[in-house]
Design a protein around this ligand. Structure first.
Ligand SMILES: *Cc1c(COP(=O)(O)O)cnc(C)c1O
Length: 381
């Protein structure tokens, strides 16, 4: 930490927990279900499934574990190619490598920042025509904005390619009247500490197929075959959520709508205060969407504003305020530099100019007023 960087006062997206969460943890503790699994897990799964209109939900140790299982359950393995957006958090792509498959990265659509569905359609057609069909598509609902599933679902169906929805950032978002997590064959949620709601660490796999959910539970508990001794015929994992954390998750879920409303208010206020500044453009919801506005994101065009994203970010950081560049695209990561990339100019531009503003549901109006004032000062200077 340099002299210029004081401790952070305002975080990007801190957990929002209180007495209800404390009580829920103690309730789970006092019920003697410290062991993993138990009644809180069952109830949490049922409540999340109902919330996102899925028949089944399987509570897991992380969103990354849920994505890994989604690929295993879709039969993805060595030699397979999986389409995945380049503009995302690394956890969207890593599970493709876990199963020995190869990610092929796809650029963002300019307006939505999400997967460019035209490029996906081209790739699926190419793959089918060349005898190298893609094995799956992982779609990410970036910063809480749902992909264009009205276009993407039919394209995947046409080529018989399973669609996995990484809705880790999008719990509480809705598009075309459908909940994030309910698109595609399998949906994935995360309850990491920085997401809209948290279990301090956890995730959920969502499906409408009871057999798939049962297989997910089996694989997530070391794939124990029915026998009095320990019998294993398949490779399993230790991926289940603990009963204590499921209790915490239930308390968080009870106030999810309030947390989403708070984030949306914060997003509206940023727009009201900053949208008039030259060169500033916000990532907005699609017309048929009500997103959770997990993070309010904007781009700053230096040609029009006279300052670049880093100047704004550094100025906030000097004041103890955490803002972050937009996710660094996978095709620019050392880890994935050698993988195939379809397009990439849109994601490059978003990374170069994009900024995520503090958006946690605990952010106070006076904190937000200070953030806006500091941004206006840099952009006016
Ligand atoms: C947070 C996140 C994940 C991973 O979730 P964890 O629960 O942290 O493992 C996956 N994909 C995206 C897009 C995320 O933001």
């Amino acid at each position: 930490m340099s002299v210029e960087e004081p401790p952070l006062r305002i975080h990007l997206s801190p957990p929002d927990v209180g007495p209800a969460e404390r009580e829920a943890l103690l309730r789970a503790f006092d019920s003697n279900w410290i062991a993993p699994l138990g009644p809180e897990v069952d109830a949490f799964e049922a409540e999340v499934a109902a919330h996102v209109d899925r028949r089944h939900a399987v509570a897991l140790s992380s969103g990354t574990a849920a994505l890994h299982l989604a690929l295993v359950l879709s039969g993805i393995g060595p030699g397979d190619r999986v389409l995945c957006p380049t503009l995302t958090f690394v956890a969207s792509a890593n599970p493709v490598r876990y199963v020995g498959a190869t990610p092929v990265f796809v650029d963002s659509a300019p307006g939505s920042w999400n997967l460019d569905v035209d490029l996906v359609a081209e790739q699926l057609a190419d793959g089918a025509a060349n005898g190298r069909p893609y094995a799956a598509v992982v779609a990410v609902d970036l910063y809480g904005r749902c992909c264009d599933y009205a276009a993407l679902e039919p394209v995947c169906a046409e080529y018989g390619v399973p669609l996995i929805e990484d809705a880790a950032e999008a719990l509480g978002s809705r598009r075309q009247g459908r909940a994030a997590g309910a698109f595609g064959e399998l949906g994935v949620l995360s309850f990491n500490g920085n997401k809209v709601m948290t279990t301090s660490g956890g995730g959920m796999l969502l499906s409408d197929d009871g057999d798939v959910a049962a297989e997910a539970r089996y694989l997530a508990t070391q794939a124990r075959d029915p026998a009095p001794h320990y019998e294993h015929s398949r490779l399993g994992y230790n991926y289940r959520m603990s009963n204590l954390l499921a209790g915490l998750g239930r308390a968080q879920l009870a106030s999810l709508d309030d947390k989403v409303a708070a984030r949306r208010r914060i997003g509206d206020r940023y727009r009201g205060e900053l949208a008039d500044l030259p060169g500033v453009a916000f990532l907005d919801d699609a017309p048929d969407e009500v997103s959770n506005q997990w993070l309010t994101c904007l781009t700053i065009d230096p040609a029009r504003s006279g300052v670049d994203r880093e100047q704004v970010r550094r100025e906030l950081r000097r004041a103890g305020i955490e803002a972050r560049p937009v996710w660094k695209p996978m095709h620019r990561q050392p880890l994935y530099r050698d993988e195939a990339m379809i397009g990439g100019r849109v994601a490059d531009r978003l990374f170069d100019h994009g900024l995520c503003l503090p958006s946690g549901s605990t952010l106070t109006p006076s904190e937000q007023a200070e953030i806006c004032q500091r941004i206006r000062e840099v952009l006016r200077a």
